[in-house]
Design a binder for this molecule. Structure first.
Ligand code: ZN
Ligand code: MN
Length: 270
């Protein structure tokens, strides 16, 4: 990364000047430590939003906060479930409080624009709650002008990429856990962490409409992946990442308006 976009890499006076003079959007990636089948590392949900955040920040002249690398408990129908060895999760209250505290601290130092990029399906409403509690607390401290965007990166895919990635039909995002999208993106970003020889070829998981607690483990593929991923390729990953970076850079410009600097690079940003 030629541009210094990661806050933790900056000396504090540099960061202080950036916050005051540039009024940057601070992008906070939130992920999980969660099994992703026999062929992918357990950091997918953290490393993907982190890398996307870095590329969006380089393109738009903004900053990236250190990633929250743990998330809410994996659910059978969206992440295989919390019973797999390695899936290491937070209670909801812990995640909510962590998000609330981090936002409040950035605000205390003068940041007034933030974007939360979620890499783990189960985090969603707990990020909403952390954002809401932070804004309520800041309002009571007289800070009324903090604005926060929340972006689920996978929604920024284009129909053309979906057709290209799943020529036989898109299974839907929940069943995409450790599927074609995440596997392709990891092949593009971190091929050294992917073992395609172990990529599952089994049918997509077949879940009932209800949820059981504790879960019925017989309905969950033992691989941990919820759909087959042997058709994943690096080129598919490149197209997904291009869509996500372009889409989210545009979303930040739309959400935060003209304050976003246009620093589009001559080289391909994807
Ligand atoms: Zn994932
Ligand atoms: Mn996940």
């Amino acid at each position: 990364m030629s541009d210094a976009v990661r806050i933790e890499h900056l000396a504090w006076p540099v960061y202080d000047r950036r916050v005051r003079e540039d009024e940057p959007v601070v992008i906070l990636p939130v992920g999980s430590l969660e099994q992703h089948g026999p062929h992918l590392p357990m950091n997918c949900d953290a490393v993907i939003p982190t890398t996307l955040a870095e590329r969006v920040a380089v393109r738009t002249g903004n900053l990236v906060a250190p990633t929250i690398c743990y998330g809410y408990k994996s659910q059978p129908k969206s992440g295989g479930g919390n019973h797999f060895t390695g899936t290491t999760s937070l209670d909801a209250a812990t995640l909510v409080a962590t998000v609330r505290d981090v936002i409040r601290e950035f605000a205390r130092h003068g940041v007034r624009k933030m974007a939360v990029i979620d890499g783990h399906y189960e985090n969603n409403m707990f990020l909403v709650e952390g954002i809401d509690l932070a804004l309520r607390e800041l309002g009571r401290d007289g800070i009324e002008d903090m604005r926060i965007a929340k972006l689920p990166y996978w929604e920024y895919v284009t129909p053309a990429t979906i057709d290209y990635a799943w020529p036989d039909g898109f299974p839907g995002w929940p069943l995409e856990h450790a599927g074609v999208m995440e596997t392709s993106v990891m092949l593009y970003l971190h091929p050294e962490l992917v073992d395609m020889a172990k990529a599952p070829r089994h049918a997509p998981a077949d879940f009932p409409i209800y949820d059981l607690y504790p879960p019925d483990l017989s309905r969950i593929p033992s691989s941990g992946a919820l759909s087959p991923s042997h058709i994943a390729t690096e080129e598919k990953g490149r197209r997904f990442v291009d869509d996500y970076v372009s889409g989210m850079a545009g979303a930040l410009a739309e959400a935060f308006g003209a304050k976003i600097r246009s620093r589009r690079k001559s080289t391909h940003a994807g």
